[in-house]
Write a protein that binds this ligand. Structure first.
Ligand code: Q46
Ligand code: ZN
Ligand code: ZN
Length: 378
């Protein structure tokens, strides 16, 4: 399973070149050959360091530990409680494995899975099962939030709504539709934040990797989205007492390194991609960045590091202080979560979407809401 996952992940992105290059290093010795007497099996993309399996795994773990400590993401033996956002994908599965390797006993860890109701290829059911099994393997308490159960709407429903707009030629509604991934992201963010705050967690760890972070940075550049560009990097500063700090320990580990780490450590993960990911325009940007990386090795890490070190402080000074001066924090009158207005954007979106589903019902006399598929794996 893991081997086929590796090939799926690599071939789907046409990353054979990179993969073959790392395989070619098998003819080379590990940089630390004198101690391990092993051939190299992987070359760290930005440093050309050729390493054997054991030294490669250690290299990734060392870099993750360094970032955790440098950014004070969380600390063992201090009574802190870490919530990991588990998705069954390779990033969060590898994150769980690395955190348990670095802190086997001295950190209180629990995991939260958001059941999004994506039926194609059994995506949600399978990913939930894989995430739950992996947490069981490490004795990590596993929680699930089913968005259909809690809000009456899931991601498949939202996709159906978009299809109805298209078929009925409702251009205005179609233009207002933000995309499955955007709604999905807000479901995840809102629920993870709420759960972590209500259960007293001191940090939330997500599996965001370098490739994804660099891609979203490029996307925000192109859209000149200053608000997103001013968002924090590997660790969010808790600006609200109602928000638990978010940390991204894999921030400087590339997607290829994570795939290889999963492969060499036999970590199970769902090899199939979410069916809605293919429609996301951000995927194209990722391909562009990966292509640049092929002839400018280390570009991705250098540009991401450089942005957070040099450019973001300038953007923040010009932009964030301005919005903070204009807005003060309130609690949403509907859900009690922090917001800058009266009603938080999550509640506003939910209200709008329910109105849209009612509109379809009334005008077209069709109910497009799926049944309450309680595929809750726990
Ligand atoms: S799960 Fe959700 Fe992703 Fe699927 S709908 Fe998009 S955001 S692609 S990580
Ligand atoms: Zn070695
Ligand atoms: Zn609200």
């Amino acid at each position: 399973m893991v081997f086929s996952s590796l090939f799926y992940t690599i071939s789907k992105r046409d990353k054979w070149k990179e993969f073959l290059e790392s395989i070619r290093n098998m003819g080379r010795k590990c940089k630390f050959f004198e101690t391990c007497h092993q051939p190299a099996v992987f070359q760290i993309p930005h440093s050309n360091l050729a390493l054997c399996k054991q030294h490669f795994l250690e290299n990734v773990e060392k870099r993750v530990r360094k970032l955790i400590e440098k950014k004070h993401m969380f600390h063992p033996n201090r009574g802190e409680k870490l919530l990991i956002a588990a998705s069954g994908g390779k990033d969060s599965q590898v994150l769980i494995s690395i955190i348990k390797t670095l802190y086997p006993k001295d950190l209180d860890i629990e995991a939260l899975y958001i059941e999004l109701g994506i039926k194609t290829d059994n995506y949600s059911l399978d990913s939930g099962k894989i995430a739950e099994d992996w947490c069981k393997h490490f004795d990590i308490p596993f929680h699930t939030i089913n968005v259909k159960k809690d809000y009456g709407i899931n991601i498949d429903d939202l996709h159906n709504l978009k299809e109805i707009y298209k078929k009925s030629n409702w251009q205005y509604d179609l233009q207002a539709f933000r995309g499955e991934c955007s709604y999905c992201g807000s479901f995840k963010r809102y629920n993870i934040n709420k759960f972590a705050y209500e259960r007293g967690f001191t940090a939330v760890a997500t599996g965001h990797n370098l490739t994804d972070e660099a891609t979203s940075l490029l996307n925000n550049f192109l859209n000149q989205n200053l608000m997103f560009l001013s968002r924090p990097g590997p660790k969010s500063k808790s600006e609200s007492k109602y928000l638990v700090p978010r940390v991204k320990p894999l921030f400087f580990i590339s997607e290829l390194e994570i795939t290889m780490y999963a492969y060499y450590k036999n970590i199970p993960y769902l090899p199939t991609e979410c069916p809605y990911a293919r429609q996301s325009p951000v995927n194209k940007l990722k391909e562009v960045l990966l292509e640049i990386e092929e002839y400018r090795k280390g570009n991705m890490i250098a540009y991401t590091r450089g942005f957070y070190k040099k450019l973001q402080p300038i953007i923040n000074e010009a932009y964030q202080s301005q919005i903070r001066a204009e807005q003060s924090e309130h609690l949403c009158t509907q859900c009690g979560r922090p917001t800058f207005g009266k009603i938080c954007s999550f509640c506003k979106t939910q209200r709008y979407l329910r109105k849209q589903f009612r509109k379809v019902d009334e005008k077209l006399h069709v109910s497009i809401l799926t049944q309450n598929n309680l595929s809750n794996p726990s």
